[in-house]
Design a protein around this ligand. Structure first.
Ligand SMILES: C[S@@+](CC[C@H](N)C(=O)[O-])C[C@H]1O[C@@H](n2cnc3c(N)ncnc32)[C@H](O)[C@@H]1O
Length: 241
């Protein structure tokens, strides 16, 4: 069961790597920033929209004392994360919907760092504002949010946004696209029954503008906000509580 889940997660990582070609460098940047800002061996970290736990696990591997809570709403991805890491100390995967008020009730006590990869752009703008405000209330003073996501400057610098898009384009062909991965796991006898219908990408409800994230973070009360890593329009946006 455990190995089976791990092999699906490896296939997930390969599929995601196509959409985020420098995904491991992005993960590594986020983890280094958590170490730098928290400065302690046992930070409490929340992974927002953790999927099958790719970032949570890498973070826990590099900071063995970290207590990582992965939050996601997708039952299949949570089932994979839980099956692959049933008893890893410091790793917990829980179901919560970031677009519903009260999602942060699954977290106890102040959080030292919040991390996220390619998840927060899924939230429509009003819900993103509410989620950042709720997160702000849960973070310890001086804590950091690190959001690794596709965030574009299309509205403020459209010509440069085109250049970033070209620079970020993947040059490889994936074994699985996003749709192929979901179609394949839906047929898996062990995990297929966890698959639920998913909303497709909708550029009208997603929040991909960097400026909107910065505005929402500012109004939630975050102080310093800046891009600390970028490749194409895939960037790590950091914000200090
Ligand atoms: C592209 S996947 C990325 C998963 C993971 N962070 C990674 O990098 O592999 C986007 C994730 O965001 C999650 N997600 C989207 N909307 C969410 C919401 N409202 N609440 C919680 N998770 C959400 C999805 O279920 C999915 O796991």
């Amino acid at each position: 069961m455990r190995e089976h889940a791990q092999s699906w997660i490896a296939r997930w990582d390969a599929q995601q790597q196509f959409y985020v070609p420098h995904r491991e460098a992005l993960f590594s940047t986020i983890i280094t920033a958590v170490q730098e800002i928290t400065g302690k061996p046992d930070p409490v970290v929340v992974d927002l929209g953790c999927g099958p736990g790719s970032l949570s696990v890498r973070l826990r591997d590099r900071i063995p004392g970290a207590k990582v809570v992965g939050i996601d709403t997708n039952p299949l991805l949570l089932a994979l994360a839980q099956a692959a890491h049933p008893e890893t100390p410091g790793l917990r995967f829980v179901s919560a919907d970031l677009s519903e008020p009260g999602w942060s009730d699954v977290l106890d006590g102040p959080v030292d760092a919040a991390v996220s990869t390619t998840a927060l752009h899924w939230l429509p703008e009003p819900r993103l504002h509410a989620a950042y405000a709720e997160l702000h209330a849960k973070l310890a003073p001086g804590a950091i949010l690190l959001d690794g996501d596709h965030l574009t400057a299309e509205d403020t610098a459209p010509t440069l946004a085109r250049v970033h898009r070209a620079l970020g384009r993947s040059t490889t062909t994936p074994d699985d696209t996003w749709e192929q991965w979901w179609d394949a796991i839906a047929k898996d006898p062990t995990f297929g029954h966890h698959v639920v219908p998913r909303a497709g990408h909708d550029p009208h409800t997603e929040t991909q503008a960097l400026s909107t994230h910065v505005k929402a973070l500012t109004s939630a009360g975050f102080t310093e906000i800046d891009t600390i890593w970028q490749h194409g329009d895939s960037r790590v946006l950091a914000a200090i509580r």
